[in-house]
Design a protein around this ligand. Sequence first.
Ligand SMILES: Cc1cc2nc3c(=O)[nH]c(=O)nc-3n(C[C@H](O)[C@H](O)[C@H](O)COP(=O)(O)OP(=O)(O)OC[C@H]3O[C@@H](n4cnc5c(N)ncnc54)[C@H](O)[C@@H]3O)c2cc1C
Length: 418
Amino acid sequence: MKANRYSIFSLARNALSYHENWQQAWRSPEPKPAYDAVIVGGGGHGLATAYYMAREHGITNVAVLEKGWIGGGNTGRNTTIVRSNYLWDEAAWLYEKSLQLWEGLTQDINYNVMFSQRGVFNLAHTLQDVRDTWRRVNANRLNGIDAEFVTAEQIKALVPHINTSPDARYPILGASLQRRAGTARHDGVAWGLARAADARGVDIIQNCEVTGIRREGGRVTGVDTTRGFIGAPKVGVVVAGHATMLADMAGFRLPVESHPLQALVSEPVKPILDSVIMSNQVHGYVSQSDKGELVIGAGIDAYLGYGQRGSFPVIEHTLAAIKELFPIFSRMRMLRQWGGIVDVTPDACPILSLTPVEGLYFNCGWGTGGFKATPGSGWAFAHTMARNEPHALNAPFSIDRFVTGHLIDEHGAAGVAH
Ligand SMILES: Cc1cc2nc3c(=O)[nH]c(=O)nc-3n(C[C@H](O)[C@H](O)[C@H](O)COP(=O)(O)OP(=O)(O)OC[C@H]3O[C@@H](n4cnc5c(N)ncnc54)[C@H](O)[C@@H]3O)c2cc1C
């Protein structure tokens, strides 16, 4: 199916018919009995995988199976921070590939994902923070990634409402600044990728939960779903917090824990913050949405769980942190709060990998920070599924690293793990 192009002309043409004749953004087909490839999970990563499989590898007989609605998982629940200033080469290259894809995504998929390169500050509050920040800035520069160290005075000039008083409990001593980093519109990303994949022939099937993974002689043959069996010689699993449950169905275990992670937004106010501020030390991060709400992210709850909510002390702690950074926000009211289930690995890096079952691939472990990787992850995973071997960019992110010990330890290395 060819989607109508979105443009100023189609907007004008549809205005004449009171916007009643817009074509559906994607179809809702019945599942076929079999596909060349099935992708489980209709979040941003699953949809991006389907899109790049069609676009880069010409594989279009593909279904994306989503148990709820597309983008209803972490993709639609995150605080949308996009950056690539990771410490270790392997992580920096993967996230930088993604950032480069973000820079052309709106034009590429003909859908405005509202990618806003407003700059991200990772604050340093202690002498050790300052040293670690310099180290990361230098590592980023060696990898050709834009990074600057900014002093407290420079931060104050760029973010006038932030509290740079030396009397603060954790005074701000400096920050890393990545100017090409920023935010994107999360649900727009899911909808745009769905529309673009659908236009290339991919079937997006919502309300279709995968309940089993069928195998024969060590090979995958398809999936059992709430809408019947669907055959496929290749199955890619991209279900974030549910990854271990799907691995169970395939008979192996993953080194992944599922934790609740919360976010919240304030009442909308006039523009007051035009960059993203992240602090590892006081643990809070904040930006302002185009609607005017402050978008605030918390830390994970310590316990494991599958409830898309979290406990109150965690957001209380986060709001204390935000208030410490921005005393001016202290009387703002919070409007909404929610949670997602994040898939955390021991080294805070993802798994993009072949598995012990032939034809079965897993993409998970993005934890609290995978939104920024959406296009890059889909691009690399599409390559992995299409060629049955990882791309050089994701080869270091195989499941084997938990056996060989070749971990890529980004815990805390990149400021805040979001
Ligand atoms: C509160 C919060 C804040 C965050 N902030 C940031 C941030 O600022 N920046 C950043 O980079 N990242 C952030 N993240 C992380 C980011 O949201 C995720 O890493 C990323 O969105 C994962 O995308 P995904 O497509 O893999 O997963 P999801 O969007 O969760 O998609 C997985 C899909 O699989 C479906 N599914 C599960 N089981 C089955 C099944 N059996 N059958 C069929 N479908 C199934 C689910 O319904 C879901 O829609 C945050 C996460 C949360 C929760």
